[in-house]
Ligand binder design. Structure first.
Ligand SMILES: [Zn+2]
Ligand SMILES: [Zn+2]
Length: 366
């Protein structure tokens, strides 16, 4: 629904653009509760997030119906909060996914929505606002708007400082983004300090070997790689690959068995089975493919390391139900193992992966 009509603003009511808060001149005709300064912001919002939440906004933005009793009113309020909370999470995940895919511009409207819903539900100084500030900071960094990124980050830092109930996970995210800011400013000393803090807080929240801790190690590795401290980078990349490999392998072991049984018994297809949300899947792809690209350059001297990442990518795509990509990575691993004359055992294990996919293709799952 991309049709736009100029808006006749009733006298005395000031309506604001969804994206920039300038006076509005247009309305979305599909929901009639969302306004824009012009066609540019309407299009940007539509393709970022509005298309996905247009209809969900109607009950949030139309005035509350008349209730017969206090009980009904409370119930109505509770439902409204529930809807707002759902939208907070939804917009957050959408924005995060764009960021991992490198689509910084598209992430902005979605992140702004997450921020506004948070303000409505939790108030202006709540730590619940911090994750949205961090998304906006990351998007700004990606767009090269360093000053804007710093503003969002200082908002986030200030909110965290004032708060007494801030979770480790939030501290970790804040430091990760500060780390990325200083990487963008080429101040690697500061960046390392913040990434070390990110790893510390993420470890407190999730443990040292958790996929949510791996992001800090990954960015730290990138710094060392950029500074040509290749040994340190190598150790950290190995750690990151190992964390993801273990996580995916655990799920893979259980699910590959379950999936084949399921196919045989019911002929039914599973949904994606990574146990990750869309943003985490996008993060996994980003981290693992960039480690793979780095490993490629040392494939001749350390083929095992490349193969390890390729197998991890195979498991990821296999669990994401993308069998052509999974097959592609298994083939790459297989060819590399052959080229480099790796042990027969290594070649066999990769052949098993390939046969798993062809087994599924032989029993088309519908
Ligand atoms: Zn605007
Ligand atoms: Zn709409």
């Amino acid at each position: 629904m991309d049709i736009i009509y100029p808006l006749a603003v009733p006298k005395g009511r000031r309506l604001c653009c969804e994206v920039c808060e300038a006076p509005a001149e247009r309305v979305c005709t599909a929901c009639t509760v969302t306004y824009y300064c012009g066609v540019v912001h309407q299009r940007a919002d539509w393709s970022s997030i509005h298309e996905k939440i247009c209809q969900l906004l109607i009950p949030l933005r139309t005035s509350m119906p008349f209730y017969n009793s206090e009980e009904e009113r409370q119930h109505g309020l509770q439902q409204l909060r529930q809807r707002q909370k759902h939208l907070i999470e939804f917009c957050y995940t959408v924005a995060q996914k764009y960021l991992f895919e490198g689509k910084h511009e598209a992430a902005v409207p979605a992140a702004l929505h997450s921020l506004r819903f948070r303000m409505n539900v939790h108030g202006l100084s709540s730590v619940e606002l911090v994750p949205a500030y961090l998304l906006l900071a990351e998007a700004s960094l990606g767009l090269g708007q360093i000053v804007q990124a710093e503003e969002y980050l200082s908002q986030a830092q200030w909110t965290v400082l004032k708060s007494t109930e801030c979770r480790y996970a939030t501290h970790s995210l804040l430091h990760r983004n500060l780390g990325l800011l200083y990487i963008a400013k080429e101040n690697y000393e500061e960046a390392r300090y913040h990434l070390a803090n990110d790893i510390y807080f993420a470890s407190c929240a999730f443990g040292t070997e958790d996929i949510r801790t791996s992001g800090g190690y990954f960015h730290l590795a990138n710094i060392f790689h950029g500074l040509k401290k290749l040994d340190l980078a190598d150790t950290l990349y190995t750690k990151v690959s190992a964390i993801w490999s273990k996580y995916l392998n655990d799920r893979y072991q259980v699910l590959s068995r379950a999936r084949i049984q399921q196919v045989d018994l019911l002929g039914k297809r599973f949904e994606t089975d990574t146990g990750l949300d869309e943003a985490q899947e996008a993060e996994a792809i980003q981290i693992l493919t960039s480690i793979w690209n780095i490993r490629e350059s040392t494939s001749n001297t350390a083929p095992q390391k490349t193969i390890f990442v390729l197998k991890t990518l195979f498991m990821l795509y296999y669990l994401m139900m993308n069998s052509s990509k999974a097959q592609e990575y298994a083939m790459r691993a297989f060819n590399l193992a052959k080229e480099q004359h790796l042990s027969v055992h290594e070649q066999n294990t990769i052949e098993e992966l390939l046969s798993l996919i062809s087994a599924e293709e032989a029993h088309p799952i519908t």
